[in-house]
Design a protein around this ligand. Structure first.
Ligand code: B12
Length: 210
């Protein structure tokens, strides 16, 4: 069933993919597994096909739209943590970056883990992250960058925080397809995570929960 979802996403069979996701839920498969191993694995394969020039921008966009629809169905079925608020996170995609699915999943996973999350959207100027973080008294600023050309915009946020004497006030974490621990270290970020589950663990660690 999961492999059918993967295939339907890769082949951009909208109706079939959505039907299969509903069916998998009805049959009791965990939403997390359907999402990771079916839907998102399919999106990654679309990215690979795009890189190989077998798919073009139109297919990339259709794939993203389909995945967003699948997410809409799966969302209410993802497990939610009980208990007190864990911390406040401001998150979004940096200036020039329009990739919303990745940071959206991090935001969702953090919410499910008990964090108060403020999403600031895509193509977000450095100062908007900082203004929002101050407004909501955030603990953590999460920066998402999926393009080699936008990674340096994460650095801007860190530099502005330093210039404003606010660097110690917020933890800054980064993530996204073209980022790595090495990139995070080089720019002086407080952490990096490869996916949403690890992002929650990272925030827990930074705020001293583990
Ligand atoms: C879908 C997609 C798009 C969609 C995005 C739609 C949307 N609403 O998000 C659209 C069609 C808009 C798009 C456009 C472009 N894209 Co695009 N896109 C992708 C694709 C296929 C998937 C990205 C995605 O959403 N993945 C799903 C998520 C869940 O995957 P994930 O990375 O595992 O996410 C986790 C981590 O990244 C992490 N994470 C993410 N953010 C954060 C933040 C923090 C703080 C932390 C801790 C963790 C974290 O947690 C996430 C959840 O587990 C990737 C391929 C890829 N391999 O990533 C290319 C890719 C990122 N795109 C690419 C390119 C080239 C482009 C375009 C330039 C194409 C063009 N010619 O116009 C434009 C640029 C637009 C822009 N200015 O941003 C390249 C980038 C290459 C590079 N070296 O820079 C990629 C890698 C494709 C490729 N292989 O060539 N794209």
């Amino acid at each position: 069933m999961i492999s059918d979802i993967f295939r339907a996403v890769v082949e951009l069979e909208d109706e079939q993919a959505l039907e299969l996701v509903q069916k998998a839920l009805a049959e009791g498969l965990p939403a997390k597994e359907i999402l990771e191993d079916g839907v998102l694995a399919g999106l990654r394969e679309i990215g690979r096909l795009f890189q190989e020039q077998e798919y073009f921008l139109a297919e990339l966009m259709m794939g993203a739209k389909l995945v967003e629809q699948c997410l809409g169905i799966l969302d209410p079925h993802l497990p939610k943590a009980e208990g007190p608020k864990r911390g406040v996170v401001v998150i979004g995609a940096v200036k020039g970056d329009l990739h919303s699915i990745g940071y959206g999943l991090v935001a969702k996973q953090l919410e499910l883990a008990g964090y108060e999350v403020h999403s600031v959207g895509i193509d977000v100027p450095a100062m908007t992250f900082i203004d929002k973080a101050r407004e909501v008294n955030a603990d953590i600023i999460g920066l998402s960058a999926f393009l080699v050309t936008t990674i340096s915009n994460c650095q801007d946020v860190i530099n502005y925080l330093k210039d404003m004497g606010l660097r110690d006030k917020f933890k800054v974490i980064i993530g996204g397809a073209e980022t790595s621990q090495e990139v995070a270290d080089r720019m002086g970020a407080d952490g990096w995570a490869p996916n949403a589950v690890e992002a929650v663990k990272l925030c827990d660690r930074l705020l001293g929960y583990v």
